[in-house]
Write a protein that binds this ligand. Structure first.
Ligand SMILES: Nc1ncnc2c1ncn2[C@@H]1O[C@H](COP(=O)(O)OP(=O)(O)OP(=O)(O)O)[C@@H](O)[C@H]1O
Length: 834
């Protein structure tokens, strides 16, 4: 039967939630925990003189404890019973120990230290020769090995019985466990020293009737007493109602792996550390038990699964460490009519039987046992190291520096050694002086353990604690509500709160806008130098103008409609940032289909490249306003829509530039353009545009069109600034216009030729005044000596373009659709002076 800690407990036919020890401890306020600590400064000090019985009438158990009364008034072993269970053959010192123990069953339990060390001397068996004994019991708490003397809490000689051990160790343990303390027994000693015998007794004795003469070990005796006490408590309730729930587990550590002795198929289980419930072994079987017989079954089952092998001194040597853990949970209700439990307690009994260390004998045993012997040795040395650390006067500053993690054993012993538990260590030694070094080693270990300080507490939570905690929770809730209310009021009214939110939102928007500007590429001089726009480029542009021209002739049956379409397209492009560079008016799908029907002239269509008049005538055949805003990009749908992230801009210097809107900056830059090789231009352009594209792609996810546009304009202004600083005479200008299709007729434009205008920046008029530059696309006039006007307009950028064939008079105003499908579009008016 597997179960978990969350199992419910049945009470009067209904289930109650269970509370784990750690949960209770976590619930308790710290001050309460401190108060519960029963450990005094006198703990871990050498045991009192056995000849002086120290009587202390202060009750150890809480008056509220239902068990305190029963245990103190009517112990499991009746002290007044002239000790009938003590064998007559027992020596006087052992009898004295038992009397003390029985007396301590009552009010003297506070003498029970948190860490207790008892030495048990095993009698010499038939195979061992009786030699001069070097190990002698000197008193009830001391012994000598040769000329060395050792003092412990108790020493049991070879004449001590299993019952003696139980009375000395088991009875206080049961009382402590029922009182709410965690308790542990650790059986330590070399191989064949009697560890297993002391703890469990021979397997046959497990089911024997209980008698003082029985070989039954301390563990079965403990659970016999435990269930007897529980039964007595429930029978003599005295108005109280106490419910118990008990469960147990049995694990084995073999070759540094944890196995489940109650389910041997489970191997290599893991130790987990739960912040609430402490250490536990994952998936370890837990059996619920309600009687001694249940426990006996579990013990027999587990012990039969333990790894056993032969050592030099023990043919049935235990080759693994085993840990039997017993959990007790109890709920006490004052009065049958009471609906609530007044207190709840939890405790844990850990019973650990270590594997024996067979020093210097590893080579003698079978090869298959070498590995397990090494692991036993290693884990025991880790245990010794842990005990040494805990025994030091100065403890590690950080808890994590305590070496619990050295082995599975030390991890499992964390609560028992240096934690919340009352610990008893039984140091088993053999009287055979052949093993003196092992005896000394065991006794030294016992002495170091005695210096370890544990901090056991009664794991109990009472109704008062619950009420106190409820009050605390209520107060905290009230404080929380108050704090929230204060925070709300501090921002004023509800609208104020939203104002605050809006302000934050605005700040966020501002931040995004700034980021957007920052991620736009800088226009470095090195890029400017790589741009080369020559005559070939102009020819290419003219070719494209012709394509557009024919396209316009086919498409623009109603120029006004088209204008509206284009304007709305541009507007849309600004709003969506999703315009492709080849399609300046961002046609919707239906538009695209219409456009697609247009039969575009082939790219290789013969065109007098240098005859702008042809272009001009062609344009004149169309609406003049349309001519004034000629796009150099033919309407090509497929590549744009199918591959929006990569688009084509006009060829510059015979290189097809893959770029986004920003290549206008490349167009604008023109220093030493002829010095750059074409391949270098292409490479740089691609690299540059890739950088821009990635930047803009990144920005796409969080940028609005307004920010994009603003940032683009900002960059444009930078370009203009750069241009103004670096412009030289005899250079053409390229104008980028967002008002690309303002089709209003302009008298000035008519005068100057709607499609070909003179750029007067290097050819002053005869009267000395600047000749205005007129953009037929945006219908604006610019004075070349007032470039700021352009800048201020934020609509048209003018940059010079290298041109060695300036003959004045003619300006080609072209519209470049330099857009990457998802950003923005703008117009480029190329004022080319011939
Ligand atoms: N106090 C004792 N009285 C009588 N016999 C004992 C006593 N202690 C141990 N023995 C016997 O000595 C033998 C070895 O004891 P035990 O197996 O308990 O040693 P161990 O320390 O557990 O050894 P290992 O570590 O190798 O398992 C057993 O036959 C056991 O019955």
């Amino acid at each position: 039967m597997k179960s978990t800690a969350e199992a419910a407990v049945a009470e009067n036919g209904r289930f109650l939630g269970s509370i784990s020890t750690s949960s209770l401890r976590n619930l308790l306020p710290k001050s309460k925990l401190k108060k519960s600590i029963k450990k005094s400064n006198s703990e871990n000090t050498p045991p009192p003189d056995p000849n002086i019985i120290q009587i202390n009438n202060s009750a150890q158990f809480s008056p509220k404890s239902p068990l305190s009364k029963s245990l103190t008034s009517d112990s499991f072993v009746n002290p007044s019973d002239a000790h009938p269970q003590i064998p007559l053959s027992m020596d006087s010192s052992v009898k004295k120990d038992m009397v003390e123990s029985e007396e301590q069953n009552g009010e003297l339990t506070n003498l029970d230290p948190s860490v207790k060390v008892v030495v048990r001397i095993r009698p010499i068996n038939g195979q061992e020769k009786e030699v001069d004994r070097t190990v002698r019991k000197v008193s009830s708490d001391s012994l000598s090995v040769g000329d060395r003397k050792f003092t412990f809490d108790s020493v049991l000689d070879a004449n001590s019985s299993q019952e003696n051990v139980f009375q000395l160790i088991g009875v206080p343990l049961v009382k402590n466990a029922l009182a709410g303390f965690n308790t542990s027994i650790l059986s330590y000693g070399q191989t064949g020293s009697g560890k297993t015998y002391t703890m469990w007794g021979p397997p046959s004795a497990m089911v024997e009737d209980h008698s003082p003469a029985s070989h039954q070990g301390i563990v079965p005796r403990i659970f016999q007493m435990l269930f007897s006490e529980i039964q007595r408590e429930q029978e003599n309730s005295d108005g109280r109602q106490t419910n118990y729930q008990c469960r147990c587990s049995f694990l084995e550590i073999y070759n540094e792996q944890i196995g489940d002795l109650l389910d041997p198929t489970q191997r290599n289980l893991e130790i987990k550390d739960d912040p609430k419930n402490g250490l536990y072994v994952e998936n370890l079987t837990e059996e619920y038990v309600s009687s001694y017989e249940d426990v006996t079954q579990v013990l027999i089952k587990g012990l039969s699964s333990r790894k056993v092998g032969a050592t030099t001194v023990n043919s049935k040597s235990s080759r693994s460490h085993i840990v039997f853990t017993f959990f007790i949970e109890s709920w006490c209700k004052q009065g049958a009519s009471s609906k609530c439990f007044s207190s709840s307690k939890t405790s844990r009994i850990s019973l650990i039987d270590l594997a024996g260390l067979d020093r210097n004998k590893l080579e003698d045993v079978g090869r298959q046992h070498v590995q397990e012997g090494k692991n036993v040795k290693k884990s025991l040395s880790q245990l010794g190291y842990l005990v040494n650390t805990l025994a030091k006067e100065t403890q590690p500053e950080k808890p994590e520096d305590v070496p619990y993690g050295g082995s599975c054993l030390t991890r499992i012993l964390r609560e028992s050694l240096g934690g919340n538990a009352k610990l008893t260590v039984i140091c088993n030694i053999s009287a055979n002086n052949r093993n003196t070094s092992e005896i000394l080693s065991t006794l030294r270990f016992g002495q170091r353990v005695k210096a370890v300080r544990n901090e056991p507490v009664i794991n109990e939570i009472s109704e008062d604690d619950v009420n106190g905690l409820s009050d605390q929770i209520r107060q905290l809730k009230e404080e929380l509500i108050r704090a929230k209310s204060d925070a709300y009021n501090s921002v004023g009214s509800k609208s104020g709160y939203f104002k605050g939110w809006n302000a934050r939102e605005s700040l966020n928007q501002l931040r995004i806008s700034l980021n957007r500007s920052l991620i736009l590429p800088r226009i470095d001089n090195e890029y400017e130098e790589e741009i080369n726009i020559g005559e070939e480029d102009v020819k290419e542009l003219r070719q494209q103008l012709d394509y557009l021209d024919s396209s316009c002739e086919t498409n623009l049956r109603d120029p006004s409609d088209k204008r509206g379409s284009i304007q709305s397209s541009v507007k849309e492009s600004c709003e969506t940032d999703l315009l492709s560079e080849d399609d300046i008016h961002c046609p919707k799908e239906t538009e695209i289909e219409e456009i697609d029907e247009v039969e575009l002239p082939p790219m290789s269509s013969p065109e007098p490249a240098d005859d702008l008049s042809v272009t001009s005538k062609t344009l004149k055949a169309v609406d003049p306003s349309i001519r004034s805003s000629i796009s150099i990009s033919p309407h090509r749908r497929s590549s744009i829509l199918e591959e929006p992230t990569l688009s084509e801009s006009p060829k510059i210097a015979n290189n097809l530039r893959k770029s986004m809107a920003v290549p206008s900056a490349l167009l604008a830059s023109q220093k030493n353009v002829s010095e750059s090789s074409e391949s270098e231009v292409l490479r740089q352009s691609l690299r540059y545009s890739d950088h821009i594209r990635s930047s803009l792609h990144t920005s796409k996810t969080f940028l609005g069109p307004t920010e994009s546009l603003a940032a683009s304009l900002q960059r444009g202004l930078q370009i203009i600034d750069q241009h103004q600083h670096s412009s030289v005479p005899n250079r053409s200008s390229v104008a980028f216009s967002f008002e690309h299709l303002m089709l209003k007729p302009s008298p000035e434009a008519d005068k100057a030729n709607a499609s070909v205008q003179t750029l007067p920046n290097d050819k002053p008029s005869p009267d000395g005044s600047s000749t205005p530059v007129f953009c037929s696309s945006c219908q604006r006039k610019f004075e070349n000596n007032h470039p700021d006007e352009v800048q201020d307009s934020l609509k048209t950028w003018i940059v010079t373009v290298d041109n060695q064939q300036r003959d004045g008079g003619n300006t080609v105003c072209s519209r470049l659709a330099l857009v990457q499908g998802n950003i923005f579009s703008f117009m480029v008016c190329l004022f080319h002076t011939y």
